[in-house]
Write a protein that binds this ligand. Structure first.
Ligand code: CA
Length: 255
């Protein structure tokens, strides 16, 4: 399988800076989107630290098997690559905790993360917060991640509709993030890529303004991957661009 990818990040039309970060390392099979939060440049710092730390963890665990000295307890619910992502996010959280300890004004900073690790046709996926992964297969777009956000919890509990959530004043509140917290709850899943699939990673600056049906139409169009990213960002800005927008699209082709 050969990986192709494209990415685009944009400040949007309302924010003074871009606190989203992404990483694309096809040589490692690693793609990450992180959406930082917190004042005093904290959001940008947290997202940057997370992306760097996850990349380092994936580099240092490349080629390790479960029998080697695994850097943290191995979670049997997922395979090697799922555990490698778990190590990456856990180390990133620890790094953020360390930074907050050293600089009091960074207290409260944190970041969401959605990350995939592609090995052959296998994809491990990890997320925390409200950045999302979608899989476009054939005519359908499937959301692969659950948002860890206040509004998503209300939707699942049946007390808020999707439409109402879109305009709710608490729509930006995430219930889980890499924030140097003691107890880290990361969602990890694994799936298989099929030829023709497109996998989208994005920050909530996209999904807060575009419905899934609109995202589906753009990702499924016979446009090249960069064209897809540019179109998604363009549409989010056309809808007001209230937040930073990041899109990473990954596809595989049989060799
Ligand atoms: Ca955001």
């Amino acid at each position: 399988m050969q990986i192709s990818w494209a990415a685009r990040t944009d400040r949007g039309l309302s924010r003074s800076q871009n606190e989203d970060k992404y990483c694309a390392r096809p040589d490692l099979g690693l793609f990450v989107v992180a959406d930082g939060m917190g004042g005093h440049a904290g959001g940008e710092i947290a997202a940057g630290l997370a992306v760097d730390q996850i990349r380092q963890a994936i580099e240092t665990t490349a080629g390790l098997s479960r029998d080697d000295s695994w850097p943290m307890p191995f979670d049997i619910r997922s395979g090697i690559d799922g555990n490698r992502l778990r190590v990456g996010l856990t180390m990133a959280n620890a790094r953020i905790a360390q930074e907050i300890k050293g600089f009091e004004k960074l207290r409260g900073m944190g970041t969401t993360v959605v990350a995939i690790l592609v090995t052959g046709c296998k994809v491990a996926l990890a997320n925390i917060g409200d950045s999302r992964a979608y899989l476009q297969r054939g005519a359908s777009l499937r959301r692969l991640t659950k948002d860890h956000s206040w509004v998503e919890e209300q939707i699942r509990a049946g007390t808020l509709t999707e439409a109402a959530a879109r305009h709710h004043p608490w729509r930006n509140i995430v219930t889980r993030a890499l924030s140097g917290c003691d107890e880290l709850l990361i969602d990890v899943t694994e799936l298989e890529f099929e030829a023709g699939d497109r996998l989208l990673l994005c920050s909530d600056g996209l999904t807060a303004v575009l419905e899934d049906s609109e995202i589906q139409r753009v990702v499924a169009a016979p446009t090249d991957l960069q064209g897809v990213c540019d179109e998604l960002v363009g549409r989010a800005n056309a809808a007001g661009g209230p937040d930073n927008i990041t899109t990473v699209v990954v596809a595989v082709a049989a060799n």
